[in-house]
Design a protein around this ligand. Structure first.
Ligand SMILES: Cc1cc2nc3c(=O)[nH]c(=O)nc-3n(C[C@H](O)[C@H](O)[C@H](O)COP(=O)(O)O)c2cc1C
Length: 241
């Protein structure tokens, strides 16, 4: 199998050489198998790498949650992993990358207690609305039951104007890319705490923005319900959307 792949790669390389010799700039696909995904001595995975390897393998979208709430330390650590400050020197840099270090994203959390915005500088929650709004958030998320059931849902929103100042029209794509980086950090942090989570992109933008009391210019991009996975998956668990 490996030999066959190697031969294929060699043929492709020869074809590429011939094409170059003939003056053609055509791209030729070169297939080169990567080393197997085991811990061979020469590619030994460091302890931190092994931990990341385990998190990546364990992460799956979870859509059935036990009702227990997240304690503040767990929620705080997941928020820090998503959007927290990891380097104070000069411009404070965060766990997820940001084009031009302009940080256009805001992260709110919706729990049984209310709705709060994460403040990365103070590593604090700024409670903005009291009372359990999870059912309303679930309704705004096209009635996906895991959104109402999760003990905590992160709502990641963006102020694209912060990035447009430097990058103009390209800012919108940068903002989406950043949301993906932040989301994956949050998902892996949830797994690291023995929790499950799912990215939810299907929701009514205006309803979510209204529920969260978003200011002009702030737009919701995605939701991440998080919680302890229910022992037996509910009827709604599954490959989803
Ligand atoms: C941009 C995006 C939007 C998604 N929206 C939803 C959603 O609205 N509801 C949902 O249950 N899952 C949603 N998912 C989760 C996907 O269904 C899930 O990632 C996919 O089935 C692969 O399964 P895995 O996450 O377990 O690997 C979304 C995922 C992404 C990346």
């Amino acid at each position: 199998m490996i030999a066959a792949l190697a031969l294929g790669a060699l043929v492709a390389v020869l074809a590429a050489g011939a094409a170059t010799a003939g003056g053609s700039a055509e791209l030729v696909e070169v297939v080169e198998p990567l080393p197997p995904l085991d811990r061979s001595p020469e590619g030994a995975v460091e302890p931190a790498g092994a931990a990341l390897d385990a998190l990546l393998r364990a992460r799956r979208s979870v859509r059935a949650f036990a009702p227990d709430s997240l304690d503040a330390a767990t929620l705080g650590w997941i928020l820090w992993a998503a959007g927290g400050i990891t380097e104070q020197a000069g411009f404070a840099r965060r766990a997820a990358p940001s084009a031009g270090a302009l940080y256009p994203l805001e992260i709110d959390v919706v729990t049984a207690r209310g709705i709060a915005r994460y403040d990365p500088r103070g590593h604090a929650l700024r409670w903005r609305r009291a009372g359990d709004q999870r059912a309303q958030l679930g309704a705004a998320a096209l009635r996906q039951p895991w959104v109402s059931a999760a003990p905590a849902t992160l709502v990641i929103g963006a102020v694209p104007q912060r990035t447009r100042i430097k990058y103009g029209e390209r800012a919108d794509r940068y903002v989406w890319i950043e949301a993906g980086c932040v989301a994956q950090n949050a998902l892996l942090a949830a797994v690291a705490r023995g929790l499950g989570a799912v990215v939810v992109g299907a929701f009514d933008d205006a309803a979510v923005a209204g529920l969260l009391g978003y200011a002009e210019g702030l737009h919701p991009l995605l939701l991440i319900p998080i919680g302890r996975q229910a022992a037996a998956p509910g009827p709604s668990a599954g490959p989803g959307r």
